[in-house]
Design a protein around this ligand. Sequence first.
Ligand code: AHR
Length: 513
Amino acid sequence: MKKPLFTLAFASMALVASAQTKVTVNADQGKHQISRHIYGHFAEHLGRCIYDGFYVGESNTKIPNKNGVRLDVVAALKKLKVPNLRWPGGCFADTYHWKDGIGPKAKRPKIVNTWWGGVTEDNSFGTHDFLNMCELLGTEPYLAGNVGSGTVQDLTEWVQYVNFEKDSPMSSLRQQNGRAKPWNVRYWGVGNEAWGCGGNMKPDYYANIFRQYSTFMNPKVGDERIFRIASGASDNDYNWTETLMKNIPNTLMEGLAMHHYSVLSWGEGKKGSATQFPDEEYFKTMQQALLMDELIEKHSAVMDKYDPEKKVALIVDEWGGWYNVEPGTNPGFLYQQNTMRDAVLAGATLNIFHKHCERVRMANLAQAINVLQAVILTKGDKLLLTPTYHVLEMYNVHQDATMLPVAVKSDDFTFEKEKLPAVSVSASRDKAGKVHVSLVNIDPTKPQEISVDLKGLNATAVTGRILTSGNVHDHNTFENLNKVKPVAFSGAKLSGNTLTVTLPPVSVAVLEL
Ligand code: AHR
């Protein structure tokens, strides 16, 4: 017999709460820092992410902006404390010639965005526009260099253009274009998805290409060392990671990327609806999201073989849920809505990144605005914060905090004959000594009674916030902006060293002790 729809069973949630989940927070064992950079974002020249999302043009008088950058977006992203922003792609990066995007806007050449909708790109948003916007946002830029269709000289000149202080051909050009001081960009991607849209390269070939490009990138950024990120594996391609780790010395590579999307199928139109998904699709999306743990575990094990001191960081610079585009929108624009499914996906993924923070030191949610698992959607002058936005805002207390190891014995979330752990947890201690515990219940029908043993912590009070909603399909719309938003949480009780939490179905809570 088919299980009842998740949404119907959800109505009787109060009757079925069970004290199944046991958690230990080892507050006395914190060793590693959760780099704030795992809270990075991604802005590609794709659909309405840059144009219409971040940038509406200097001549726009309807939408308040500074140099064309939407001020409502700046205000919203500042609350997230975005630590870094990756640009200009993605696949677009390996078609992008940075010199097309500098100098007087009227003179910039037009190009065709071949990967995303075949639209004409007028290059009105280029290097200065992006780097100045990062300053406005208080975020570090992460520039993705063109390896697929560029040259070593192009990339080394881009590095010189944005980073070189003294006299040089590129720093003079920068000054002529109105910027005296360098921006000192630390994070550089050397190609993107080199195994696919970045050039369909084989791992040995790309390893050599990377060595060549990396050699000519000035390793100094001010007083710091440049951070060169190699295009990494897709999902479980451990051979890619192995080949790169074996063949590239850590004097040339500071980070190695990996991409994993929670997608049902890569077939055209087979990714399922972002909002009207059946139970089975919900379960499979969660399976894909939780797979991140195994992927990181196994890529890290390969990296450990060649780099036991963990000098090279694993950079998950594309992650998130990927569904069919919203009906009636351009299939090449990847515009999708964002529900409570995405909220728990984000919370559970961040918990996984926290767990692996010793090796995973940067990650980028794809993508920031109007594309894939966006934190912001825009429509004309309106702006909407998605459930994913709220999770990232609640979780930002973990940025640069010390990770406290947790052990979780979770109740199961079952679908037909399959099961997943319903609850995921992470914890950290911030610089002021406050401990934050983040809990996610992916089960859309059952609340979870969770008993948390706080080992080595003398907590005196607990407060918190929760993001939940009556239905896993719930989302914010331009007609109802606040259907899903965080509220104060009173479902956590402290008694001595034990915390008892009742977590509603499909919810994300962040507690402060
Ligand atoms: O984020 C959308 C696309 O997904 C990126 O351009 C590419 O790197 C990946 O395949």
